[in-house]
Ligand binder design. Structure first.
Ligand SMILES: [Zn+2]
Length: 282
């Protein structure tokens, strides 16, 4: 199965960078979410695909029409936290309050229970795996925060299952949909979202897609916006990752979604026999 998901945030929701850290800075920046969302909606309509949207609560509160549109089109809405912070830098009480705030605002717009979650920057690691307990306590049943490789922020390299599995932590159980990996020279390579998708040649993406039985994607509205302002403070390596390949990204995703059938998290959940997946004790 190939699952299409989008993390709905602005172009300035860049982690681990002081000039874009909190809402005090965010209010100085221009709004680009609407035009970028339209590109995503057009793509889904054209390719007749469904998707799950993990929405930042701050965005939902400021632009409820964005969430309304997602819901009206029949797409699934999940939480991407309220304040889009690195979760391994937060205390338990901060994680809990922020999650509850995000769920409340999303549910007030759609009238539907929020059951799916993705952490900003995949920032659930060995160090703060207790986040899963808080997710479960707050009604989250489906998570897609595991990045089973190392990365600048977050990453859970010890999570060996790059396919749907059941997380078992202190008696709490969650259905986990990790990011998938490919193997290049015995190293894990990610290609299904963000900068990784943009730098990986389409021929390789297509080859891996044909040969794997599970793909979890993650795109952002800014991935399709070559005209977004450049955040000057970012170090060169992060600038490269953030801005490489933006001009062709929507075309590339159009190709991918024309060549393959994708589904949303809800449909993926239904098609999995959960009694036969691996249980990962954390
Ligand atoms: Zn994010």
């Amino acid at each position: 199965m190939k699952i299409l998901t989008f993390d709905i945030e602005e172009w300035f929701h860049i982690l681990d960078n002081d000039s874009t850290k909190t809402f005090r800075e965010w209010s100085n920046y221009e709004t680009r979410i609407h035009s970028n969302m339209d590109k995503i909606f057009d793509l889904l309509a054209k390719s007749n695909q469904k998707a799950t949207f993990f929405v930042v609560g701050w965005i939902a509160e400021k632009y409820p029409e964005v969430v309304k549109k997602i819901d009206n089109y029949g797409y699934e809405v999940g939480s991407h936290t309220y304040m889009h912070q690195l979760m391994y830098e937060q205390k338990r009480v901060e994680v809990e309050e922020d999650l509850q705030k995000s769920i409340k605002v999303l549910e007030s717009i759609t009238g539907k229970k929020v059951k799916a979650f993705r952490a900003p920057g995949f920032s659930i690691t060995e160090k703060n795996k207790w986040v899963f307990e808080i997710l479960a306590e707050n009604g989250i049943t489906h998570d897609s925060s595991i990045f089973p490789a190392g990365r600048a922020h977050g990453g859970f390299p010890s999570y060996s299952e790059a396919k749907p599995s059941l997380i078992d932590i202190n008696g709490y159980k969650l259905k986990e949909f990790p990011i998938n990996t490919a193997s290049v020279l015995n190293k894990k390579w990610i290609y299904s979202g963000g900068g990784y998708f943009r730098i990986t040649p389409y021929s390789m993406i297509k080859y891996w897609t044909e040969s794997s039985d599970y793909i979890m994607t993650y795109f952002h509205p800014r991935d399709f916006d070559p005209y977004q302002p450049i955040i000057k403070e970012l170090p060169l390596s992060r600038k490269f990752k953030s801005y490489v390949g933006l001009a062709n990204c929507i075309k590339k995703l159009e190709k991918w979604t024309a060549d393959f059938k994708f589904i949303d998290l809800k449909e993926a959940d239904k098609s999995i026999d959960w009694s036969s997946v691996s249980i990962v004790k954390l």
